[in-house]
Design a protein around this ligand. Sequence first.
Ligand code: HEM
Length: 158
Amino acid sequence: MNLPVQHRPILLALALAALCSAALFVRQAEGRPAPSPLPDEALSQAMHQMEQALEALGKGVKADNRDAQLAELAKFQSAVMTAKEKTPESAEKVEEKKRAAFVADYRKTLVEALQFSCAAETAILDGKFKEADTLVRNKLGGLKSTGHGKFKQDRGGK
Ligand code: HEM
């Protein structure tokens, strides 16, 4: 390309400016923390499934709805199995050194929820419906509050 001599300095300046901004962009991208991932859809769905099952179970177990309530408990348990494999979004805000312990605590809390749900299942199978109701209302309800207090990120209104 044959550029008039008087235009060459302009072209050189433009090329230099482009190089500088590219270098700046690369530096910024390296220094910047990774963009936060989107909230885990599978975790959110599992929590909604737990909510629906617990709502149904909250109506109480009797001889005539025993089978339906056992099916709700199974839905609850399978949702807990999914949720406990996930990492809550709130873990991102935890100091790196403490993050593994935080995620383990999250998982153990859900394991506890699973254990209470199994105890409720045993109670239903033994015909101890009142005992099952108490486990659902007090133990699972209590774990929900503790779990959310510790691990659920406040996303403004949720
Ligand atoms: C036991 C009964 C529980 C029920 C019924 C329940 C229900 C819910 C519901 C409805 C949501 C909102 C989901 C959304 O709209 O995205 C939610 C979110 C959440 N729950 Fe639970 N929960 C329970 C227990 C727990 C426990 C024990 C923990 C922790 C160990 C926990 C951790 C979370 C977290 C981290 C979120 C936020 C999930 C996200 O990122 O979308 N939940 N839960």
